[in-house]
Write a protein that binds this ligand. Structure first.
Ligand code: SF4
Length: 338
């Protein structure tokens, strides 16, 4: 991936906290820190894989990027402009989403033509006849026939439905597409076809993908870079090669060694992941991975490591790879440890 490509999405110290209420009077009992000081940049035309366990905040991040929710704090710039300053229709056109489940994401009462045209109708893009032609063209581009416009979702297989969902997302000509586990509900036999289609469409339309997946083989197939998310933060950010060959963060290593590899020369030593993801309502102090980390040191229980560059294109947030703060340096991430 070319590092000189312009940044399309800039995220800095992003936070999304949800108050938890309870008791007779609905008083505030605490805060769920779904996204808790997250830094990430996406370059135009790249595929950024976002990996992490369920509950780590991936879907919340997706909703923030789509503008469906407002952040509690932090910076979220789309094409250098704060997301909250975007005009809603223009934001809807620029950022689209492909959902995990092609069975529930398509309205079963609508014909495919109406489903694909819906975003164009909402955005008022061109006259009705043009929208119809555009829907037919994009349907062909995703590998279906123009006559399929008159059919209903139940008449299609899971893979075909996901092609329809992709056509709907691409119809308004977005620049950034958030793909939320787009092949995990599909048969293994057709996953590669849909991934190849996504790759071809990216080349044709110059798309940028934020690709959320828990499946590392899918990440390895499609992504240029990988961001590892743990309890609301990015703990490792690397090129695909660096991530798969030389991961640095113990959590990233645990994720990788949990996947069986056929290569007997693989050099990463197995590291089983202990315990469950802690609650974002009460995240551990210091490095949030420390209760599960076999390398935990005293500093890990006190201080949160920042995401720091180790080599070109490879950053990690772990005390194994950075010097502890001196008494003269500011406490890392103190502002997030409230
Ligand atoms: Fe483990 Fe400490 Fe690194 Fe956290 S900072 S991953 S606890 S070694």
């Amino acid at each position: 991936m070319n590092d000189s490509k312009p940044t399309i999405l800039h995220i800095e110290q992003l936070q999304k906290h949800y108050p938890v209420r309870g008791g007779l009077f609905g008083t505030r009992q605490g805060l769920v820190r779904a996204v808790n000081g997250l830094d990430l940049n996406l370059r135009q035309g790249e595929t950024m894989g976002l990996v992490g366990e369920s509950g780590c905040g991936k879907s919340t991040l997706a909703r923030l990027v789509l503008g469906l929710e407002a952040p509690t704090a932090g910076t979220l710039l789309l094409k250098s402009k704060p997301l909250h300053q975007w005009d809603q229709p223009e934001l809807r056109r620029t950022v689209q989403m492909i959902f995990q489940d092609p069975y529930s994401s398509l309205n079963p009462r609508w014909k495919i033509g109406s489903i694909i045209r819906e975003p164009l109708d909402i955005l008022g893009q061109g006259p009705a006849s043009e929208r119809k032609d555009k829907a037919a063209r994009i349907l062909e581009r995703v590998g279906l026939r123009p006559d399929d416009l008159a059919r209903y979702p139940h008449e299609f297989s899971g893979g075909q439905r996901q092609r329809v969902a992709i056509a709907r997302a691409l119809a308004p000509e977005p620049e950034l597409v958030v793909c939320d586990e787009p092949v995990s509900a599909l048969d293994v036999s057709i996953r590669a076809q849909v991934l190849n289609l996504l790759h071809e469409l990216q080349q044709d339309f110059g798309l940028t993908y934020l690709f959320i997946s828990h499946d590392l083989s899918v990440i390895g197939h499609l992504c240029d870079r990988v961001a590892v998310m743990y309890l609301g933060r990015i703990v490792e950010l690397a090129s695909k090669q660096n991530f798969f060959i030389a991961p640095l963060h113990p959590y990233a290593r645990a994720l990788l060694t949990a996947v069986p590899v056929a290569d007997p020369t693989a050099t990463i030593r197995p590291m089983p992941l202990r315990g469950d993801l802690p609650s974002p309502l009460n995240p551990p102090q210091g490095c949030s991975f420390h209760p599960r980390c076999p390398h935990c040191m005293e500093i890990c229980t006190r201080e949160t490591p920042l995401l720091q560059k180790k080599t070109t294109g490879h950053s990690v947030a772990c005390w194994l790879h950075q010097s502890p703060p001196t008494s003269h340096s500011p406490t890392p991430n103190r502002r997030n440890d409230k």
